[in-house]
Design a protein around this ligand. Structure first.
Ligand SMILES: Cc1cc2nc3c(=O)[nH]c(=O)nc-3n(C[C@H](O)[C@H](O)[C@H](O)COP(=O)(O)OP(=O)(O)OC[C@H]3O[C@@H](n4cnc5c(N)ncnc54)[C@H](O)[C@@H]3O)c2cc1C
Length: 366
């Protein structure tokens, strides 16, 4: 093991987090990336690294993985939610509920920072090199299928810094739309879990809605569409010669909002610890990731029920409490949530369109 090169497929956050930890532990690491550059799915727009699913700060957690957090742009301690009538529900917290990061191949993104850190630690990253799962130790290839779709538009604007989210069943059904602005750079995004062909038309409507809240300039827009998973996998741990799956390749993400950076970094690090013989991947991901995914599927059910009431009760509650503490309660795993998650998966079981492969134990394939 000491002299063997550890091979990783995929240079996203999960693969690069694993590469950084393994290289720092003295291992020889090669990362194979299908695209020409890191972050090729994204256009240097804003995303959030969530900070509400543990009491401790996520940046300390990430640093405990041996990853520097120089990619953080700004903390987020306030968010304005809007319902279908564009009534505002301002949610605030004493400590940030998230940190803004940029995603894409640009110089100041999470992706470029992780690439530089992996190379500095000694990992070799090879671009334009798609590889097969059986040829690697860690599978970090991102979402397998489009269970949810998202479109991002980045543009320059005259709008002051803001963090706005619209929940309007008529446009986003059980998805959501967001507008983040930092220093005149805006990212508008829309995520859908059904009726994918209407994505373009809905983005136009969302843009008009945000303009209704407050008019703003949209200069030099760039648009990109991508997809996300919604599935649970049976054995993310190495079995029968198959690689350890990490990040979205293992289905790891929050199923409420479809966000996954935190779980990707965590699973990449846990995989590195498993390959170093320091931890059992299956039990550590169960404790540190899957329990939270079970809680998130319960929260998704609540969101979908709230959608029928126009999200108002949910937004009212969110705006009355410290938003980070509210998130902490919602995301806290437990036996009851695990039992409920099992029941919800049974109710929502729809395998007719499943394209995740034989190790998929549950999904919301469309
Ligand atoms: C529009 C949008 C907005 C999002 N916003 C947020 C957010 O605000 N917060 C958040 O936490 N999450 C967000 N997410 C989710 C987040 O981006 C993902 O969870 C995260 O990037 C997953 O990381 P990963 O390493 O698992 O996979 P990816 O980032 O998908 O990386 C996988 C890499 O593997 C490469 N690859 C694929 N196949 C092969 C192969 N065969 N061989 C070699 N390389 C291969 C791909 O090219 C890619 O570079 C968002 C997702 C989308 C689509």
């Amino acid at each position: 093991m000491a002299d063997r090169v550890i091979k990783i497929a995929g240079a996203g956050p999960s693969g690069l987090a694993a590469a950084i930890a393994l290289s720092k532990a003295g291992k020889s690491v090669q990362v194979f990336e299908r695209a020409k550059q890191v972050g090729s799915k994204f256009i240097n727009g804003l995303q959030i690294l969530e900070n509400y699913s543990s009491r401790g700060d996520v940046l300390e957690l990430v640093r405990s993985f041996g990853v520097e957090t120089d990619f953080v742009l700004a903390p987020a301690a306030e968010v304005d939610f809007y319902d279908k009538r564009l009534r505002r529900y301002r949610a605030r917290c004493a400590q940030p509920y998230a940190y803004f990061v940029k995603r894409g191949p640009g110089p100041d993104t999470l992706d470029t920072s992780l690439l530089n850190q992996a190379r500095t630690a000694g990992a070799e990253v090879v671009f334009e090199s798609p590889v097969q799962p059986q040829d690697v130790d860690i599978l970090a290839t991102g979402p397998r299928t489009a269970d949810g779709v998202a479109r991002e538009i980045i543009f320059k604007t005259d709008l002051a810094d803001c963090n706005r989210v619209i929940l309007d069943r008529a446009i986003t059904e059980t998805g959501f739309a967001y507008l983040f602005v930092i220093n005149g750079q805006a990212t508008l995004g829309l995520a859908l879990v059904s009726d994918f062909p209407s994505l373009g038309e809905r983005v136009e409507k969302v843009l008009a809605k945000f303009q209704e809240i407050e008019p703003f300039a949209v200069d030099a827009p760039v648009t990109k569409s991508t997809h996300v998973n919604f599935f649970f996998r049976s054995h993310p741990a190495r079995a029968n010669g198959s690689p350890i799956a990490v990040g979205e390749a293992a289905g790891f993400q929050d199923l409420l909002w479809g966000i996954g950076i935190r779980r990707s970094l965590t699973s990449g690090w846990l995989a590195s610890q498993a390959l170093l013989g320091r931890a059992d991947y299956r039990s550590s991901t169960r404790g540190q990731i899957e329990r939270y995914m079970n809680a998130s599927i319960v929260n998704r059910l609540v969101l979908e029920v709230c959608a029928r009431t126009g999200f108002r009760p949910m937004l009212w509650v969110a705006s009355r409490f410290d938003f980070r503490k509210f998130g902490l309660i919602l995301t806290r795993p437990g036996l009851l949530k695990s039992i409920l998650a099992g029941a919800i998966k049974w109710i929502w079981k729809n395998r007719s369109g499943c394209k995740h492969g034989p190790d998929c134990t549950w999904c919301r394939a469309s």
